[in-house]
Design a protein around this ligand. Structure first.
Ligand code: FMN
Length: 133
């Protein structure tokens, strides 16, 4: 099956850290079963997520995520075939919101973290990967 990568951002809809834990737990179980890998960034206001895997599996999971009321205003940034995974060792990498490294983020943004203004998929992946280390 074609290996694909999907990136989207969204706005958090009235949830807190407990809900993030639940999302991550569920993601790790489902993504392992579906052979999906990726990374999720949460800064308290926004989500930025990358999903990598078979195109059908990623499409199916994204349809479910789109309907999730824990976020809103989902904006698709990129959906492309890829040659290799960047997050092959993570069912869902998660650099915690309190440890988001502002130095790394400022390398990729003009003024602070706002995924709505991030346009370049490769730069987003690069940033997510560095934040996950
Ligand atoms: C920002 C965000 C990211 C999510 N990421 C994933 C994910 O990577 N994998 C996943 O299975 N569910 C993810 N979810 C949860 C799904 O929306 C949904 O609740 C879950 O897939 C349902 O799984 P179930 O059918 O096994 O109950 C995410 C939810 C949110 C709000």
């Amino acid at each position: 099956m074609t290996l694909a990568r999907l990136i989207y951002c969204s706005t958090v809809n009235g949830i807190g850290n407990k809900d993030i834990e639940a999302i991550l737990e569920k993601s790790i179980v489902n993504n392992t079963l579906d052979n999906i890998t990726g990374s999720l960034i949460y800064d308290g206001k926004h989500f930025l997520q990358c999903l990598e895997g078979g195109r059908k599996s990623v499409t199916a999971r994204f349809k479910v995520i789109l309907q999730d009321s824990r976020h809103k205003d989902v904006e698709l940034i990129d959906f492309s075939p890829i040659k290799m995974r960047h997050f092959a060792h993570w069912a869902m990498a998660y650099p915690g919101s309190s440890t988001l490294d502002s130095k790394i983020i400022s390398t990729y943004t003009a003024d602070g973290f706002n995924p709505r203004y991030m346009m370049f998929p490769d730069a987003i992946i690069d940033m997510m990967w560095r934040l996950s280390q």
